[in-house]
Design a protein around this ligand. Structure first.
Ligand code: ACO
Length: 331
């Protein structure tokens, strides 16, 4: 099979992680848990927590500025901004418009938020590719920014140990010499909507003092059921995009998966036939930063030389919805 011709590529990456570190030892003082349990069951050692002034817009704008600088693109040249977040700063206006203003992008660019929970970044990448393929945009900024600490129930040991704050960003432009997105595969399953949810605070269950007291506006998750669905969804999506890219498993240079749980990453890699030495993992340092995990990982992998021109990169993610997907790309 001849390899597909890529249309869009990533030309710059950036990240922002807050300075404050919350360790497993800190969590031992907050809920009935232990460093050993968290490390063994999740692989997480610590996570970053943003202060009150550092919201999704602030983190996203910092990551965006770093990505723009590396791409050599000025904010006012952007045609579109896509922001993925499960923690918008406000319900209205949308966070993407706040970031548009914060980085000084021009009014000739259009900005929108895309909500697909942890899969948001991969969905956004495919939306950006579509805009470029249609000839409607040439310089697109994707920003994934998450302040998960504001929606986590800090009394619920089953969820509060998992998440952290941070932002990642990339610039997407038309591909030049055969680099870029080779194949994508995305799916969702609304029958599994109740597995990860925030019950109150939306149109169906507006906030009331009782719902706030009962913390119905915080993340609730059926962890073991999510675990099983995640492994199945990510490994199948990965195999599919690898095949569509015309690669054999041995041709995958690096897998950058969504960072939710080390055991999920290991199982997915095994099913997708990628040895662990070719899997990027930073989960131990940041926990699950929802849609920001992959762009943060890309920026770190580029910085440390694991991703270079010509690298065959596989990305896969899953999240609330449930949503999931995979993208194969030649860097
Ligand atoms: N410390 C100590 N014990 C704990 C903790 C904790 N922090 N949390 C749960 N336990 C206990 C449970 O109460 C249970 O005790 P019991 O046997 O006495 O009832 C026991 O540990 C086992 O609990 P499980 O939930 O079965 O543990 P599991 O091995 O499945 O690990 C985990 C839980 C880490 C949440 C895992 O299921 C997981 O990672 N699931 C996927 C979560 C995920 O990736 N979510 C992504 C969300 S993405 C998004 O879109 C926001």
């Amino acid at each position: 099979m001849s390899p597909p011709q890529p249309l869009a590529r990533i030309t710059g990456t950036g990240r922002y992680l807050p300075d404050r570190v919350l360790t497993n030892a800190d969590l031992e003082r907050m809920v009935d848990t232990s460093d050993a349990w968290i490390r063994e069951r999740t692989g997480i050692h610590e996570r970053r927590i943003a202060d009150d002034e550092t919201d999704a817009t602030v983190m996203g704008a910092r990551a965006a500025e770093a990505a723009l600088e590396k791409a050599g693109v000025r904010a006012r040249e952007l045609d579109a901004i896509i922001v993925t977040t499960a923690t918008p700063d406000r319900f209205l206006p949308i966070t993407s418009c706040e970031i548009q203003a914060a980085i000084g992008a021009s009014r000739r660019c259009f900005a929108f938020d895309l909500q697909a929970a942890c899969t948001g970044f991969l969905y956004a990448l495919t939306m950006a590719e579509g805009q470029i393929a249609a000839g409607r945009a040439e310089k697109i900024l994707i920003v994934s920014t998450e302040k998960m600490s504001t929606i986590v129930d800090w009394d619920d040991r089953a969820t509060c140990i998992l998440f952290g704050d941070g932002a990642g960003a990339v610039v997407v432009e038309p591909s030049a010499n055969g680099e870029g997105i080779l194949s994508s595969h995305h799916r969702s399953d609304g029958d599994l909507a109740e597995l990860i949810r925030r019950q109150a605070g939306g149109a169906r269950l507006p906030l009331t003092p009782e719902r706030l007291r009962d913390r119905e506006h915080m993340v609730q998750m059926a962890g073991p059921a999510v675990f099983k669905s995640a492994v199945r969804a990510m490994s199948r999506a990965s195999l599919r995009v690898v095949r569509a890219a015309g690669w054999s498993a041995g041709e995958i240079d690096i897998l950058v998966p969504h960072q939710a749980n080390a055991r999920i990453i290991e199982s997915t890699a095994r099913y997708a036939r990628v040895p662990m030495e070719r899997v990027f993992v930073n989960l131990h340092r940041y926990g699950n930063i929802s849609s920001a995990t992959i762009p943060v990982g890309l920026d770190e992998a580029v910085e440390d030389g694991r991703i270079r021109p010509g690298t065959n990169l596989l990305m896969t993610a899953f999240g609330a919805g449930l949503t999931w997907g995979a993208v194969a790309m030649r860097w």
